[in-house]
Design a binder for this molecule. Structure first.
Ligand code: ZN
Length: 120
């Protein structure tokens, strides 16, 4: 057993809802909406390297996204360990590792399970 997160067995782009459908060998399958992928963009620019302690004017508020910011224009493999996404506003600095995608997908699955539990 290795600690490294396996590459998803399949990554497909879903149109409705718009997102990535990720499937792993262990049977876990989850759609991760593009809006979440864009908001959780792991690049330094989006994460913000400065904290309010470094510069009080740098509040940790996400920059407002433009109308096409969460439109995925292109997906490309990065070195066998990640995918990169190019967005409608031209941003493409985020590298989504398998580990990061799995963590996001699991967080979404948990949230959805919670919502279902409340509805019942
Ligand atoms: Zn980014």
């Amino acid at each position: 057993m290795s600690n490294k997160t396996d590459a998803p067995q399949a990554i497909t782009i879903s149109k409705t809802p718009p997102g990535l459908v990720l499937e792993w060998k262990d049977g876990f399958r989850q759609t991760v909406p593009f809006i979440i992928l864009r908001k959780e963009c792991p690049c330094a620019e989006c994460r913000g390297e400065l904290t309010p302690l470094d510069d009080p004017s740098m509040l940790p508020v996400a920059k407002p996204l433009g109308p096409n910011a969460a439109v995925c224009r292109q997906m490309y493999k990065v070195g066998g360990y990640a995918v990169g996404l190019k967005w409608g506003d031209g941003h493409n600095a985020g590298i989504y590792s398998w580990e990061y995608l799995r963590a996001l997908a699991e967080a979404i699955a948990l949230e959805q399970a919670d919502e279902n539990a409340i509805q019942h």
